[in-house]
Design a binder for this molecule. Structure first.
Ligand SMILES: Nc1ncnc2c1ncn2[C@@H]1O[C@H](COP(=O)(O)OP(=O)(O)OP(=O)(O)O)[C@@H](O)[C@H]1O
Length: 791
């Protein structure tokens, strides 16, 4: 995909300077780029930074960053591979550093699918590898005193006009455990860095690196039994039938609670008897007794109830690990019905959990949700604004969708994100094959670790949809793990109901293919950003929409974990939607105040929060917050601030430097300071007075948080700083962020109810950039490039 990178670079070069109006973002980018790269000072600082001790084996893994003057030393424990990478990134040798810097840029969403060998890069973006010298004050600590843990109701007037109660807001951010296992994690991560950049980096300027994602063409499915065509409507009908059979039991009338289990039943033919039993919802999934986890540190989280046991190791519990386990590593005799165990336990009681925590989490999450739904929902129609979990009402007018079934067919009404309400007759439940209901139109939209996405038109009403064809199972991946990945993505996709989240219409298994039908958005946000035509106000609108989507997710106890530009699409009305829930996790269950920590290095390198690379378990909410801030920085700068949040990355190392702590571990495990009586004074930070490149100059903006912040518009710096606090426990929560005066002031495009439908109320201070459809999606850009090469 380096070809795409080059394409974008060439495109930029060829663009006349006057071709696009200079926006605020342009100005900022230029400001950053036009700063002279002071090679001398870089080399000078390199001699300070390269203090890597290669003596004893203990020392070898410990990198010290001595900086003169008041700049503090930052250390990080490295794995063997990190150690060598760090040595390679020494600024003693500028060329060596550059090469290492470039080589380690890889966005490895796919890492949790174990596909590095097949991975290809995605398109290019730029990394600011400016040399740094000097220092700045440790800005985050003074803000840490703010107590953002307080429970709040969000009142997003743009989206809903009504408060979205936050289930999760009562759970404070956790302080990650110290990383006992980080060596293996890091090693594993590093081992996945076999990157196309190694091949192509030589052709790129030193200060440029590319976003390296993974594209996998979907091979033929040959190992999943072709037993069904699944649609939401069909599943819902099954749920309703089940409900009618026994109205006294709270079972799956909602599409959420039943979907996971029924999909499991569809997939696991072995278990057909069991799964046909309506009481064995979710019979396909296993429970392992791992014992309770000792790892929840926060007393507020564990107080009053037994903690839910956590997966043993990061890589054994996440979707990431699922695909990396050798076939058969999870025993097939676990096809029991864990939900039947959960059914009889009070929410606070300890429940042995499977190593496959993700799907287990999801099942419990959805099951509880469905029970909630059922109580208020006996007419077989899921009302708008139905409670999804714990009495939380999904804002009915933020994303309306209702489904009901009659006879063999099902119907749905939904808004399509374009401001129109769609009343459609869905044929999914009637058994008509997918290929008879949809036709492929136009080009492919894109591909990633999870599969490829194509455009399709529904024959019945000519509506256009995006259809994701899931990748096939890897050889070393068990069927169960493979199905888990798909069901979790589907369960989440079909449950979420918000204007800024992509809507999943149905999932189909046909001709050995698994297809997810989604609403279609005309543009990739990445393509829009790379067009370099976005105004500052437009960027702010997109940012706030992303945050609004995250706020919704967090309010219902879910975290995305793979937020990045690539996973944001935008329709022609300017509505941004989050896609790709393949890495999403439940962090909170209805009626529970326990935090369920996430595990595994999941996400894409430049967007990864540092704790993900350090700790075996972490709170996934601040991870989303961090990634959202990186997205904002990328939109403004058209660059990544760093390629990976590890100290072997010089840009990140400089960002971590100049603070009041002596190691990255200390920085990341910091807890919020108690509120001070003169908090208002303590939050006022001294701004750097100059932009000196002198390494010992305390006003140097190239060290510490200012390294990134000074490139961003001033009014954004305060909240972005809160979002990129190295310590997740000190990072701003989504509720705090949404309350920020700057965020509140953003004139965001949003949906408003208009009689029976929805329309987009556009922000008045901007319009949304549109690009030619040939360049709107990654696949189109690739195709264009190939064509140009062939000419
Ligand atoms: N609903 C949609 N509308 C328009 N384009 C879409 C839609 N869904 C996906 N795409 C395009 O397809 C690409 C791949 O989609 P997606 O991220 O879901 O796949 P993936 O295999 O899970 O990717 P990843 O490697 O990030 O895990 C996206 O980057 C986007 O370009």
């Amino acid at each position: 995909m380096s070809s795409l990178t080059r394409l974008l670079q060439e495109k930029r070069k060829n663009e006349p300077a006057s071709s696009s109006p200079r926006t605020s973002a342009d100005t900022l980018t230029t400001t950053l780029e036009s700063q002279p790269l002071d090679v001398q000072s870089r080399n000078r600082s390199s001699s300070h930074i390269s203090g890597v001790s290669n003596g004893s084996s203990n020392d070898r893994n410990r990198t010290t960053v001595p900086v003169p003057g008041s700049v503090t030393t930052v250390t990080q424990i490295y794995s063997e591979e990190d150690s060598s990478s760090t040595a390679g990134s020494s600024l003693d040798d500028r060329n060596q550093f550059s090469s290492s810097f470039l080589n380690s840029n890889f966005a490895h969403t796919a890492s949790f699918y174990g596909t590095s060998a097949q991975s290809k890069d995605r398109f290019g973006a730029l990394i600011n590898d400016q040399g740094a010298a000097g220092l700045s004050s440790c800005g985050a600590s003074s803000l840490a005193a703010q107590n953002r843990i307080t429970s709040r109701l969000s009142a997003n007037s743009h989206t809903s006009g009504r408060a979205i109660p936050s289930l999760s807001s009562s759970i404070p951010y956790s302080v990650p455990n110290s990383n006992k296992d980080n060596n293996s994690s890091n090693s594993n991560s590093s081992s996945l860095s076999s990157s196309w950049l190694e091949t192509y980096a030589g052709g790129m300027p030193n200060n440029i690196s590319a976003i390296d994602s993974n594209v996998i063409s979907s091979p033929k499915v040959d190992s999943v039994e072709p037993r069904f065509v699944i649609s939401k409507q069909k599943l819902q009908k099954a749920s309703m039938d089940s409900n009618n059979a026994n109205t006294t039991q709270s079972r799956s009338i909602s599409r959420s609670g039943s979907i996971s289990s029924q999909l499991g039943n569809f997939f696991f033919s072995k278990n057909s008897k069991e799964s046909s039993n309506p009481n064995s919802a979710g019979g396909a999934f296993s429970v392992n007794s791992n014992g309770p986890s000792p790892n929840i540190k926060n007393p507020n989280v564990t107080n009053g109830s037994t903690a839910i046991p956590k997966p043993i190791r990061a890589r054994q519990s996440s979707i990431y690990s699922a695909s990396r386990q050798p076939t058969g590593s999870y025993t097939d005799n676990l096809y029991g019905s864990p939900s039947s165990v959960h059914d009889h336990l009070p929410p606070s009681q300890s429940v042995p959990r499977s190593q496959h925590s993700s799907i287990g989490d999801l099942k419990r999450f959805f099951k509880k949700s469905s029970s909630s739904n059922l109580s208020s929902n006996n007419n077989n129609v899921i009302p708008n604004g139905s409670p999804l979990s714990s009495g939380i009402a999904v804002p009915s007018h933020s994303h309306s969708s209702s489904h009901f079934a009659t006879g063999g067919n099902s119907y749905s009404s939904s808004y399509n994100g374009n401001g129109d309400t769609i009343y459609s007759h869905n044929h999914g439940g009637s058994g008509i094959p997918f290929s008879k209901r949809y036709i492929k139109t136009g080009a492919d939209l894109g591909a990633g670790a999870g599969g490829s996405v194509k455009l399709a038109q529904r024959i019945a009403d000519n509506q256009i949809f995006a259809v994701k064809e899931f990748r096939t199972k890897f050889e070393n991946e068990s069927k169960r793990d493979y199905v888990k990945k798909i069901t979790s993505e589907y369960c989440i996709g079909t449950t979420l109901n918000h204007a800024n989240i992509i809507e999943t219409i149905e999932i189909v298994y046909e001709d050995d293919r698994i297809l997810q039908v989604m609403e279609y958005c005309e543009y990739d946000l990445f393509a829009i950003v790379m067009s370099n035509k976005m105004s500052y106000e437009e960027i702010c609108c997109c940012f706030k929409q992303i945050l609004t989507g995250v706020q919704y997710l967090h309010s219902i106890g879910l975290a995305h974990r793979d937020l990045k530009l690539d996973n944001c699409v935008i329709n022609e009305k300017g509505v941004v939607k989050l896609i790709d829930f393949g890495a999403a996790v439940v962090f909170s269950y209805p009626f529970s105040k326990n935090l369920v920590e996430a595990s595994g290095i999941v996400g894409s390198d430049p967007y990864l929060a540092p704790e993900v690379c350090i700790f075996a378990k972490y709170d996934p909410r601040p991870v989303d917050i961090w990634s959202s801030a990186i997205i904002f920085a990328c939109m403004i700068l058209k660059k990544f601030p760093w390629k990976i949040p590890k100290l072997r990355d010089n840009s990140f190392k400089l960002f971590c430097s100049g603070r009041d702590c002596d190691s990255l571990s200390s920085l990341v495990t910091r807890t919020p300071d108690p509120p001070s009586y003169d908090e208002s004074h303590s939050t006022e930070k001294k701004k750097p007075e100059s932009s000196s490149n002198n390494v010992s100059d305390p006003n140097n903006v190239n060290i510490g948080p200012q390294r990134l912040l000074h490139s961003l518009p001033e009014e954004t710096q305060h909240i972005i700083e809160r979002m990129i606090d190295l310590a997740p426990a000190c990072r701003g929560s989504i509720e705090e962020i949404m309350e920020d005066p700057w965020i509140r002031s953003i004139d965001m495009c949003h949906l408003v109810e208009d009689a029976l439908s929805f329309k987009v109320a556009k922000g008045e201070d901007h319009h949304h950039t549109q690009v030619d459809q040939s360049e709107a999606h990654i696949a189109g850009l690739e195709k264009k490039k190939k064509k140009q090469n062939n000419q």
